[in-house]
Design a protein around this ligand. Structure first.
Ligand code: PMP
Length: 425
């Protein structure tokens, strides 16, 4: 009783439980993107901020009929618990889907998760103690950084260029970390149509990256939700295909189909797979059977690959609208030229701080995600992630035009009052 009193006297007036949260809860942060959601969902705002898949081309009526049939015919199984590793038939189908990445793992080595986001959480939980080092690309997916932060990983960034992560830089940072007595445990990478950078790791670099990580005994965490969404091609062989024993591969149905069923997966070497199954049993007992069976039915009964092609064409049209609007309205910026996926990465002139500029952009009815969301070290002030996945092409053009109004104004102010405002990254 006394101890309880002593504790609660330290708690804030706003939250009476403030004094007893775990370290992990204290490290959970709202991502900058989520914080934006309430503003950008207003219809008058053109949002180039979120990464919501555009599912307008899905045959919803047919899908509704399939869902009805699933429950009517297989309800007893679909509405029941399943195994922690996931539905075998779906794992077999996923293995087939992965042939597009150059290697079909044994279905035994696949674990189904609630989106690949949950797989990110499991892998981090399995490997990371507070203070352990993860090397991640510069910039990195905000949702992965959030997980790494929650587990109190020490994230170090390694630079990217237009061909993805730079192998020499990766080797150098891994060597430095070893010398400092803090070797990295994991290298986290999004090799295809990077979120947020929009670049793709070249075929030539892939075996080198695998070799470097093997040399340093660093596990590769390959996150590949966009791999099938190349505008002109199937994916380049995955890092996983070069060495399945050194890579945990994460896949997802969120972008190649739809996020609604929340089904993703991890393909891992057997020992890690065992830990992943334990993590899954502990977190959820079993992933949603109805979701897994619905996805399995979709892969079996639909021409899912033709649907992927429809998505590719739709995203390519939007990407082209974005790139030509950037040329028209923001010629003084630079940006990456995506070959697939949802995003381009903009670098703005020196002196503009994209985080500070965001409220002014929202006043101008355009939203974006400031670069700072994608770094663990506070950099990114001269960058913006622009998503072209969701708005219509003409909205994208209008959004970029509005952005240029804000940026032109910022540049005017800089001319008048001088001095670079942005922190140098
Ligand atoms: N990784 C990356 C790079 C992503 O962009 C996303 C979604 N934005 C995810 C993982 C998580 O996707 P999901 O949980 O829907 O599979």
């Amino acid at each position: 009783m006394t101890a309880k009193k002593a504790r609660s006297s330290k708690a804030s007036n706003l939250d009476q439980w403030d004094d007893i949260y775990s370290e992990k809860a204290r490290n959970l942060r709202q991502s900058e993107i989520r914080a934006l959601f309430s503003v950008v969902s207003r219809p008058e705002v053109v949002s180039l901020a979120g990464g919501m898949p555009n599912i307008k081309d899905l045959p919803l009526d047919r899908l509704a009929e399939s869902a009805k049939q699933l429950i009517a015919r297989h309800g007893a199984q679909a509405m029941q618990y399943g195994g922690g590793q996931g539905y075998l038939e779906l794992r077999e189908q996923i293995s087939q889907v992965m042939t597009y990445d150059g290697y079909a793992p044994n279905p035994d080595n696949i674990v189904i998760t609630t989106g690949s986001q949950q797989a990110l959480d499991y892998v981090t939980q399995i490997f990371i103690d507070p203070g352990d080092v993860i090397v991640a690309e510069s910039p990195s997916y905000v949702g992965a950084l959030g997980v790494f932060e929650a587990y109190r990983a020490d994230v170090r960034h390694v630079p990217l260029d237009d061909d993805g992560v730079i192998p020499e830089a990766l080797d150098e940072i891994l060597t430095q970390l070893e010398k400092a007595g803090t070797p990295a445990k994991m290298f986290y990478t999004v090799p295809n149509y990077h979120n947020p950078a929009g670049v793709t790791l070249s075929a030539e670099r892939r075996p080198r990256v695998v070799e470097i990580c093997r040399k340093h005994h660093v596990l590769i965490l390959e996150d590949n939700p966009y791999g099938l969404l190349g505008f002109h091609s199937d994916p380049i062989p995955s890092l996983h295909s070069y060495d399945p024993d050194s890579v945990v591969y994460l896949g997802s149905f969120s972008k190649m189909f739809a996020p609604g069923f929340r089904i993703g997966w991890a393909a891992a070497p057997p020992a890690i797979r065992q830990k992943l199954v334990l993590a899954s049993e502990s977190a959820v007992l079993s992933p949603s059977m109805v979701g897994q069976m619905a996805i399995s039915g979709y892969l079996r009964d639909y021409d899912w690959y033709s649907q992927v092609k429809v998505f590719r064409a739709m995203y390519e049209e939007r990407c082209n609208a974005m790139l030509s609007a950037l040329e028209e309205f923001l010629p003084y910026c630079t940006w990456t030229k995506p070959q697939g996926g949802f995003y381009t990465w903009l670098t703005v002139p020196e002196g503009i701080d994209t985080k500070d500029m965001l409220p002014r952009a929202v006043t101008e009815l355009v939203a974006y995600t400031p670069g700072t969301a994608f770094f663990a070290d506070g950099s990114g002030h001269r960058n913006i992630r622009l998503s072209y996945c969701y708005p219509e092409p003409e909205e994208i053009r209008e959004g970029v035009r509005r952005l240029s109004v804000v940026m032109d104004h910022e540049l005017e102010l800089l001319k008048l009052f001088g001095g670079p405002k942005a922190k140098e990254d």
